[in-house]
Design a protein around this ligand. Structure first.
Ligand SMILES: Nc1nc2c(c(=O)[nH]1)N[C@H]1C(S)=C(S)[C@@H](COP(=O)(O)OP(=O)(O)OC[C@H]3O[C@@H](n4cnc5c(=O)[nH]c(N)nc54)[C@H](O)[C@@H]3O)O[C@H]1N2
Ligand SMILES: Nc1nc2c(c(=O)[nH]1)N[C@H]1C(S)=C(S)[C@@H](COP(=O)(O)OP(=O)(O)OC[C@H]3O[C@@H](n4cnc5c(=O)[nH]c(N)nc54)[C@H](O)[C@@H]3O)O[C@H]1N2
Ligand code: SF4
Ligand code: SF4
Ligand code: FES
Ligand SMILES: [Mo]
Length: 891
């Protein structure tokens, strides 16, 4: 975009078309007064407060800098007597809108700063009467209505930025006030708890309770920036600490992926850092603590099985156990289960330890439990998204298959919702209703597990009507004739019968997608976590490629990745079939679930688990735990005593992500540098350092390794990271790979693909689910995740706000099913499968299809994976987490 020059207070600065005066000034490092606006992306100016008024040459009136467009040659002055006087007056009028008591309650705020800056007399016009009752019903955010100046900033944040639409300004004139939904208390409203309102509110009227309890903004003793440790969106966040380094407020930082936004976990999920259960010292199993597969201990109960040890003793024991197992049983008896929760440097060094220190091919990590990328690599030769999420801005249509970003990638979802609001059309393929349903032009509510039929029928129709991209198919695709033959049987009628979606709707969606100038295609676990998940994804990719929807602005293929560093851990080669940079191995090792099958059979004898909790996350937990109990040597490196650690011989305390330095790579191929924002507790150490010290004990020459050297080494070995090195990360803070000159844009493969000139559509042969419902087990059990909790709950269930928002396991069922079985809302039910039984509260959920029971995987009290089936997709080895047969009865 071409920039032009404007002049503010005699200083020439560069501005871009579309920028406001305020945004241009802020970008140039000038600090113009303002209150109801923020220069952040996605925030439309309200223009209510008048504290940003400036003089513009040629304009008789003062103009609000937040709303006035920067135009070529514009000359503005902020410091004229008139502008200064009017801004002071505006501030004094706003001050009168707070009660005197409320003003005293909030002595530190952006509003108070403005009072000081403008020299306003806050008492000049007296004060509004107080006495409006506070709303403290939300676990994390309090509303003090008497401190509200009714600027509308919170509403804009809720409605326009996060697109949650919970906050309104209700009433008129003097009665104007902040309201939630149609007047509910905040705690019972539809509030998504993203905290955007509390971040934006300039007065403290809407404020985080934890910060208030600590004594308000003045109590902050230190602040540091990191990248959120939860999902792959990679939001940057500033942690504000008080007193004993407790996080009292997490503020969205202006990161390239989040532009100041956060979701409930990035906002309120950090208290785990200082939870009393944090591992602070190495631990060694007590001789009198037998390993029992029936154990499902947690937290302090786990600790009772161990005694504290020094680092040297624990590392010596850990290393000796692996050396002994290798000597006695050979290197194939050793395995490593790594993590996508750490840094690139951790992952890179851990795969080196497996390969060089243990000499075993058995190394993998939790990507195996999602694996949405391998079919993309098959098609394009590239193992990351072809276009970042933000390309949605240039798209006309979005196709989203089996993904629920409002819950699982909430900040990304907020940008998507911004785009849907602007008119981008959404085709959603998901059996259940979800938050994005209301934005969908077509929500195709398929019967679970029938995506291949649906997508094949769409592809068939597109080709039959000649709506495919014929030039793309001719020049850039191989396998098209086979695809045409494969989809031939899937007429609209066949698809309607198999999927339950009306034929006309399938056809309309197919035509919309094929007619898009540019379409982004996303997919998630609803596609991949099936016994034939790879085929689901192949069918998605085939449709997109037949329509040529790749390699242009707004067109691309995007499997929404899961964990914060899953892309980086894969790039680093923490995989059984690939070395760093996806260099294939002739003889791949065991994958995640297979490691535990091998442990149960006595083939794997010693296991190193770094940042994973398979005793909760794997399918069929009885089998996984039996494998864990049979191991001769288990070393678990975590930040908490997990269900998995209960089986360990040695537990090593890791520093959490916010406590260390390194790099992480998000779903958009964006590599971001992190620096410690909080010191680690006790003796906890960064993962890479523990891995290094273990390697040294196994005879590897690693004593001198540092984060910087590890990143440089990884960058040299991963072709996609060409041009990356530590100095670049230090200088830029972040960069997207592959490094490209800007005009090329971020949607890859404008011509050619990583595999060659053409992308491939590969044959598929979708089988059915492993277990179809039958009279004994008439329900389909579907599992997944909740916005407030992270997988096995180790972190989020130790964050009180998240736990308060989502405190207990629930079996979600369609109300009709509950009525038929005589189950009352919240009544205790037993959910049974051929693997196990759990008891939990029944929860009416009309968003589900009848016949489906849905459970989150995060609750050890009723672990969903005691029920799931150990059946893997033949290509990706992903478990069938989305489908098994279950029975439900009153308990
Ligand atoms: N809050 C939170 N966020 C997370 C995580 C977390 O634990 N908690 N985990 C992260 C990780 S590692 C991952 S992998 C991602 C996963 O994120 P998603 O891919 O969004 O995962 P799920 O919610 O498991 O499943 C998504 C959707 O699949 C649908 N579905 C189920 N069966 C089918 C089917 O047969 N066909 C279709 N089309 N859809 C189906 C479900 O209804 C659901 O809406 O989330 C990441 N984000
Ligand atoms: N039923 C069912 N099961 C599922 C799924 C499902 O949809 N349904 N989804 C699957 C998917 S997609 C995934 S990705 C897996 C996730 O499976 P896991 O990765 O095993 O689950 P997490 O709870 O994320 O475990 C991460 C562990 O790392 C620890 N940790 C956090 N930070 C650090 C750190 O900095 N260093 C170290 N060393 N440890 C750290 C945490 O305390 C936790 O114990 O679950 C899978 N299981
Ligand atoms: S609560 Fe805060 S942000 Fe919302 S209108 Fe009142 S002063 Fe403005
Ligand atoms: S969207 Fe993901 S990365 Fe961003 S704050 Fe939420 S959990 Fe963290
Ligand atoms: S900041 Fe411009 S009118 Fe409020
Ligand atoms: Mo995942």
């Amino acid at each position: 975009m071409t920039s032009f020059s404007i002049t503010i207070d005699g200083r020439a600065i560069a501005a871009r078309p579309g920028q406001s005066l305020l945004a241009a000034a802020t970008a140039a490092g000038l600090d113009l007064p303002h209150l109801c606006a923020t220069p952040r992306e996605g925030f439309a100016p309200i223009g209510s407060c008048r504290t940003c008024l400036v003089e513009v040459e040629g304009e008789a009136d003062l103009v609000p800098a937040c709303r006035h467009a920067a135009t070529t040659g514009l000359v503005a002055r902020t410091d004229t007597p008139r502008a200064t006087r009017v801004r002071r007056l505006a501030t004094e009028l706003l001050a009168a809108d707070m009660s005197a008591e409320a003003a005293a309650r909030h002595p530190a705020s952006p509003f108070r700063d403005l009072v000081t800056r403008t020299g306003a007399d806050p008492d000049r016009f007296g004060h509004r009467a107080g006495g409006h009752p506070a709303d403290a019903s939300h676990p994390a955010i309090a509303l003090d209505p008497d401190a509200c100046i009714r600027c509308g900033k919170c509403r804009a944040g809720c409605r326009d930025v996060q697109v949650n639409g919970v906050i309104a300004l209700a009433g008129r004139g003097e009665g104007l006030h902040v309201a939630f939904d149609d007047g509910s208390p905040m705690g019972t409203s539809h509030c998504a708890s993203c905290g955007e309102c509390a971040q934006l509110c300039p007065t403290g009227a809407l404020a985080p309770k934890a910060l208030q309890a600590a004594g308000g903004p003045a109590s902050v003793t230190a602040s540091g920036e990191t990248v959120c440790p939860f999902c792959s969106v990679g939001c940057r966040v500033t942690l504000h600490l008080a007193g004993d380094q407790v996080v009292v407020w997490a503020e969205g930082a202006d990161g390239p992926a989040n532009h100041g936004r956060l979701c409930v976990k990035g906002r309120f999920g950090f208290p785990y850092l200082r939870h009393p259960d944090r591992l602070t010292t190495p631990l060694v199993r007590r001789a009198d603590a037998p390993k029992d597969a029936g154990l499902s201990l947690r937290g302090a109960d786990v600790l009772a099985l161990f005694r504290p040890a020094g680092w040297d003793e624990a590392l010596d024991m850990a290393a000796r156990g692996f050396a002994r197992a290798r000597q006695a049983h050979g290197p194939q008896a050793l395995a490593v289960l790594g993590s996508a929760k750490g840094s690139n440097e951790d992952a890179y060094l851990l795969q080196r330890l497996a390969r060089e220190g243990f000499s075993t091919p058995h190394v993998d990590h939790c990507t195996r439990l999602c694996a949405s990328v391998p079919p993309l690599a098959e098609a394009t030769g590239f193992s990351a998204v072809t276009a970042p999420i933000e390309e949605i801005a240039a798209a006309d249509v979005v196709l989203m298959v089996g993904s629920n970003p409002d819950s699982n990638h909430p900040v990304a979802a907020s940008f998507m919702k911004n785009a849907f609001r602007r008119g981008v059309k959404l085709i959603l393929v998901d059996p259940g209703m979800q938050a994005l349903s209301r934005f969908a032009t077509h929500h195709l509510r398929t019967a679970p597990g029938t995506d291949v039929a649906l997508l094949s029928a769409m592809t068939r129709l597109v080709i039959a009507e000649g709506r495919h991209d014929q030039a793309f198919v001719a020049d850039r695709l191989e396998g098209f004739e086979a695809l045409k033959a494969r989809v031939a049987p899937y007429t609209l009628d066949v698809a309607e019968r198999l999927t339950g979606v009306p034929a006309a709707e399938i056809a309309a969606a197919a035509r919309l997608f094929a007619g898009a100038g540019a379409a982004m295609t996303f997919w998630g676990m609803g596609a991949s976590q099936h016994a034939f998940g790879a085929d689901n994804i192949r069918a998605v990719i085939a449709l997109a490629l037949a329509c040529g929807q790749v390699g242009r602005p707004g067109a691309g293929l995007h499997p929404l990745r899961g964990q914060n560093n899953v892309q980086g851990s894969c790039d680093a080669g923490l995989l059984p079939a690939y070395l760093p940079g996806y260099r294939p191995l002739a003889a791949p090792g065991h994958t995640v679930v297979e490691m535990f099958d091998a442990a149960r059979m006595g083939e794997v004898r010693a296991l190193y688990v770094v940042g994973g909790n398979p005793a909760m996350a794997n399918p069929d937990l009885a089998a996984t735990r039996a494998g864990l109990a049979r191991l001769e040597h288990l070393v678990v490196q975590d930040i908490f005593p997990t269900e998995t650690a209960a089986f360990a011989d040695v537990i090593l305390p890791a520093a959490a992500l916010a406590e260390r330095a390194g790099t992480v790579t998000n779903t958009d191929r964006l590599v971001q540098r992190i620096a410690p924002a909080v010191p680690p507790p006790g003796e906890a150490r960064a993962d890479w350092r523990i891995i290094r010290d273990l390697g040294v004990r196994l005879g590897l020459p690693w004593a001198e390794l540092t984060v910087e050297r590890l990143f440089d080494e990884m960058a040299r070995e991963v072709p996609a990271l060409a041009g990356f090195d530590w100095p670049l990360m230090e200088r830029a803070g972040h960069a997207r790979y592959p490094l490209r000159p800007a005009p090329e844009g971020d949607s890859l493969f404008a011509d050619g693909f990583a595999r060659g000139p053409r992308a491939a559509v590969v044959p598929l042969d979708a089988t059915g689910a492993d277990e179809a419902p039958d009279p004994a087990f008439p329900f389909i059990l579907m599992t997944g995740r909740l916005r407030e909790h992270w997988h096995t709950g180790s972190m989020t269930r130790r964050s009180p706000v998240l736990e308060a928002l989502s405190p207990e396991p629930r079996a979600h069922m369609h109300p009709d099913d509950m009525a038929r079985l005589g189950i009352a809302a919240r009544g205790t039910v037993e959910v049974r499968t051929r693997r196990g039984t759990v008891r939990l509260a029944a929860w009416p959920d009309a968003a589900l299809r009848p016949g489906v029971v849905w459970m989150a995987m995060s609750f050890f009290e009723a672990a969903a994976n005691e029920l799931t089936v150990n059946r893997l997709d033949p290509t990706t080895r992903v478990p069938e987490f989305k489908c098994c047969a279950a029975a439900v009865s009153l308990a």
